[in-house]
Design a protein around this ligand. Structure first.
Ligand code: NAP
Length: 263
């Protein structure tokens, strides 16, 4: 099987996916990235990746096509590639808020269509990618899963949950980064320089995640281990809750979900 992959839309996410795939050993010759401003893809070009402005040519050469343009651009791109999109190719859209049925309407043939929702941690192979498909068979699902497995972890979901996946997994990167920034600011106020505070905050977030990922515990069970009665951890934690910490997060997640079609 031709293993060539084309990424249409080499922006933030398209480049993150490309970087992740290359770091996992994808042959640069088997990867094509398109965008209008191709000079912004020089770093990929120098690695041997095919850089094109022409989506039609990119699709012609590829077996798997990943569409990573903004939602308001996807219909234009689908119409452009419709004539060269054959049934044997796999189409993966990482575009948020654009359903499989809407994609199918704009193509001349009905290939198997996937939606995938990775995040920008794809570039360091630490994405969580939720994947949904129309009528994919096991082999096709395995092929798409293997692409995103190379970028981190993957979960197969029902397409109805794709908006929720967008918020929790893709927007989630921003929520966590804002949390880290807050920790750094607090760390500076209690005595660390910015660089040291960043080192402590980032490794602490990584360590907390790994406690859950590796040991499979509930967060509250891990919190109980570090909250001494009358101690400083519980005092700080309760103050954060009095200020609406968990509530702000939950409300923020719901607000993102309600605004998903505004991207
Ligand atoms: N960023 C995330 O974390 C994330 C996570 C999950 C899903 N998504 C989804 O991924 C998509 C891309 O998001 P993004 O953040 O990567 O946006 P972005 O940085 O704006 O990237 C979109 C890219 O598409 C290119 N483009 C525009 N029209 C094109 C066309 N006709 N043919 C080929 N390329 C074209 C643009 O480059 P030129 O202007 O040079 O053409 C731009 O580089 C969105 O639909 C978003 O919903 C993003």
């Amino acid at each position: 099987m031709n293993s060539k992959i084309a990424i249409l839309g080499g922006g933030n996410l398209g480049q993150a996916i490309a970087s992740g795939l290359l770091s996992q050993g994808l042959n640069p010759n088997d990867l094509t990235i398109t965008r209008h401003k191709i000079e912004l893809l020089d770093a990929f070009k120098s690695k041997g990746v095919n850089i094109l402005k022409d989506n039609v040519e990119a699709v012609r050469q590829a077996q798997t096509v990943i569409i990573a343009v903004k939602p308001y651009k996807i219909s234009e791109v689908l119409k452009e590639i419709a004539t060269v999109f054959t049934k044997d190719k796999l189409l993966i859209s990482v575009v948020s808020d654009y359903r499989i049925a809407q994609i199918a309407e704009l193509l001349n043939v009905q290939p198997v269509i996937f939606r995938a929702m990775p995040n920008t941690a794809s570039s360091v192979n630490e994405s969580i990618t939720c994947i949904a498909s129309s009528e994919a068979n096991e082999e096709q699902t395995a092929r798409v899963k293997s692409i995103f497995d190379a970028l981190g972890k993957t979960i197969l979901i029902n397409e109805q949950l794709m908006d929720a996946a967008t918020v929790l997994g893709a927007c989630g990167i921003a929520y966590v980064l804002r949390f880290i920034r807050g920790m750094i600011q607090g760390g500076i106020e209690i005595g660390f320089d910015a660089q040291t505070a960043t080192q402590i905050a980032t490794q602490t977030v990584k360590g907390a995640s790994e406690l859950l990922l590796i040991q499979g515990n509930h967060p509250e069970a891990e919190i109980d281990k570090v909250t001494t009665p009358k101690g400083c951890t519980i005092a700080g934690l309760n103050e954060m809750e009095h200020q609406g910490f968990s509530s702000a997060l939950i409300k923020g997640i719901k607000t993102s979900y309600e605004n998903i079609n505004d991207d």
